[in-house]
Design a protein around this ligand. Structure first.
Ligand SMILES: [Mn+2]
Length: 427
C-alpha cells in the first residue's frame, strides 16, 4: 500500500483555495512582527518525529482490546505503515523499533525497504519487562536490578544484542525502560537494587558504540507496584551522570505524577546537557498514553519554549534530541492518532518559535509577570495551522493528512490486504 505523488498533488490542488487566504493573513501578521516566514516554514518542515513500531496496532486497555483490522503483522508491514504516515505529512521520517517484537531477519532488505519509504531508524528499545518463550530466567522479580547475577547477566546480554540489531540498521541510540521495582514495602533493598542497576547499566554502556547514546527512561509507578528502581528524572540523571557523556535522560510525558512541572524538569536536564530524548503522549491521570496535545497542549508548548529558550540554534536542537511518540490506541485508528500526535507536537514547536524572546527576557529581568505571561500567550494563541499546512505542501506532503487518509480509504485497503485477524506485536 503506497500513496502516490499524484494522489497528493491532486489533493493539494483541491486544498489550495481554502489555504491561501489564512496563510496570507498569518504571513502578513508575522512579517509585521519582523519574523522571516520562509525561515520559519523551513524550521517547521525539518522537524521530524519518530513513530514507535509498537503503536501501529490497537493497544487496548488492561481489560480489553478491540482490533481495528489491517494491523501490520510483521516488521515489513510496520515500516510500510510508517511510510504511509511519512508520505502524508513528511514529518514522520523515522521509526523506533522494539526488540524482540521487531527482530529484523534480513537486515539488508529491511534497510532497503526503509530507504524506499525515506525512513531512518531511530532509537532501538530493549525489553526486559516481559518473559520471552526462549529465555532461560524470568524477570518476574526484576532484570538489571535482580538479586540473582545470572538474571542480570541475561538482561545485560539482551541489551547488548539490541545494540547490535540497531547498529546493523543504522540506529544511534538505545532506550532502556525498566519495569524493575517492588510490589510491597520491605520486599526490596532500595540501595542494593539501585546499585545493581547502575552496575548492569555500566556493562551495557561499555558496549555502546562511540557515536551512540543510551537513553534512560524513568517512571514513578505501575499498577500493582509499590516502588520503581528508576522512579524519577533525578534517579535517571544520577545514573546517566555515573555512566558518562553518552548516557542521557529520556522524558516520557506520561511518566510523571499529576501536575508535575515537566517543563522545569526539561529545562534542568537541558542545562546539564543530559536531555537525550522524549516520548510524547498525553495524560489526564497517569500513564494514559493518550494522543499528544489532546489534554495539555499548553504544557507541550511550555516544554518547547524551554528548549528553544535554552538553545542558540534551533536546527541543532532538532538534531540533537530524539523526538519519539510513545502512545497506545484503543478507540481511534492508530494511524490517524499518530498523525494527530505529530501535528500537535509540531504545532507546539512552531508556537514556541514565535515567542518574542527579547521582550520575554526584558520582562523577566524587570520582574514583569504580566508582561511575560502576555508574551507567551501571544505566541500560544497564534493559529499556526496554515504555517504547518504550507510547510507540508512545499514538502509535497498532504495539505490535510487525515483528510487524504480518509479520502483514499487507506484503512479499508489495509484490511483488504492484510485481513481483519492480524494483530500487531506491541502494547
Ligand atoms: Mn516511554
Amino acid at each position: 500500500m503506497r500513496i502516490t505523488q499524484q494522489q497528493i498533488s491532486e489533493h493539494n490542488k483541491n486544498a489550495r483555495d481554502a489555504h491561501e487566504s489564512p496563510f496570507a493573513f498569518i504571513g502578513e501578521e508575522l512579517e509585521k512582527k519582523g519574523i522571516d516566514v520562509d525561515l520559519l516554514i523551513n524550521q517547521i518542515a525539518i522537524f521530524q518525529v519518530a513513530i514507535p513500531s509498537w503503536a501501529l496496532g490497537a493497544g487496548g486497555t488492561r481489560f480489553g482490546r478491540f482490533p481495528i483490522g489491517g494491523e501490520p503483522g510483521n516488521l515489513e508491514e510496520k515500516i510500510s505503515d510508517v511510510g504511509i504516515l511519512h508520505a502524508l505529512n513528511r514529518s514522520s521520517g523515522a521509526i523506533s523499533l522494539h526488540i524482540p517484537w521487531d527482530i529484523p531477519e534480513d537486515t539488508a532488505a529491511i534497510k532497503e525497504l526503509a530507504r524506499e519509504h525515506d525512513l531512518v531508524f531511530d532509537a532501538v528499545n530493549s525489553n526486559t519487562f516481559q518473559d520471552q518463550d526462549d529465555q532461560e530466567y524470568s524477570y518476574k522479580f526484576g532484570s538489571l536490578s535482580h538479586t540473582d547475577k545470572a538474571v542480570r547477566q541475561q538482561a545485560i546480554e539482551h541489551n547488548i544484542e539490541v545494540i547490535q540489531y540497531g547498529e546493523a540498521l543504522g540506529s544511534k541510540a538505545l532506550t532502556v525502560w525498566l519495569a524493575d521495582g517492588s510490589n510491597f514495602p520491605g520486599q526490596q533493598n532500595f540501595r542494593k537494587a539501585l546499585k545493581r542497576t547502575s552496575e548492569s547499566l555500566q556493562e551495557i554502556y561499555a558496549e555502546l558504540p562511540s557515536d551512540w547514546e543510551m537513553l534512560i527512561e524513568y517512571k514513578p509507578y505501575e499498577p500493582n507496584f509499590y516502588s520503581m528502581v528508576i522512579p524519577d528524572w533525578g534517579t535517571s540523571l544520577l545514573l546517566a551522570n555515573k555512566l558518562g557523556d553518552q548516557a542521557q535522560t529520556l522524558v516520557d510525558l506520561g511518566h510523571h505524577l499529576p501536575n508535575t512541572n515537566i517543563e522545569q524538569i526539561v529545562a534542568t536536564l537541558f542545562l546539564e546537557k543530559k536531555l537525550g530524548g522524549f516520548h510524547f503522549n498525553d495524560s489526564k491521570y497517569g500513564d494514559d498514553d493518550l494522543t499528544t496535545g489532546s489534554i495539555k497542549p499548553f504544557q507541550l508548548f511550555l516544554i518547547f519554549n524551554e528548549l528553544i529558550d535554552g538553545t542558540d540554534d534551533c536546527d541543532d536542537l532538532v538534531e540533537s534530541i530524539a523526538w519519539m511518540i510513545d502512545a497506545s490506541h484503543n478507540v481511534k485508528d492508530p494511524l490517524e492518532d499518530l498523525l494527530q500526535s505529530v501535528e500537535a507536537i509540531k504545532k507546539a514547536y512552531a508556537k514556541a518559535l514565535l515567542v518574542d524572546r527579547k521582550r520575554l527576557e526584558e520582562a523577566r529581568e524587570s520582574n514583569d509577570p504580566t508582561g511575560a505571561q502576555s508574551i507567551l500567550q501571544d505566541a500560544f494563541q497564534t493559529d499556526v495551522r496554515p504555517l504547518l499546512r504550507e510547510a507540508r505542501m512545499r514538502d509535497k506532503a498532504a495539505a490535510d493528512p487525515i483528510g487524504l487518509y480518509r479520502d483514499l480509504d487507506i484503512r479499508k485497503q489495509l484490511i483488504e490486504e492484510r485481513g481483519t485477524e492480524t494483530i500487531a506485536t506491541g502494547l
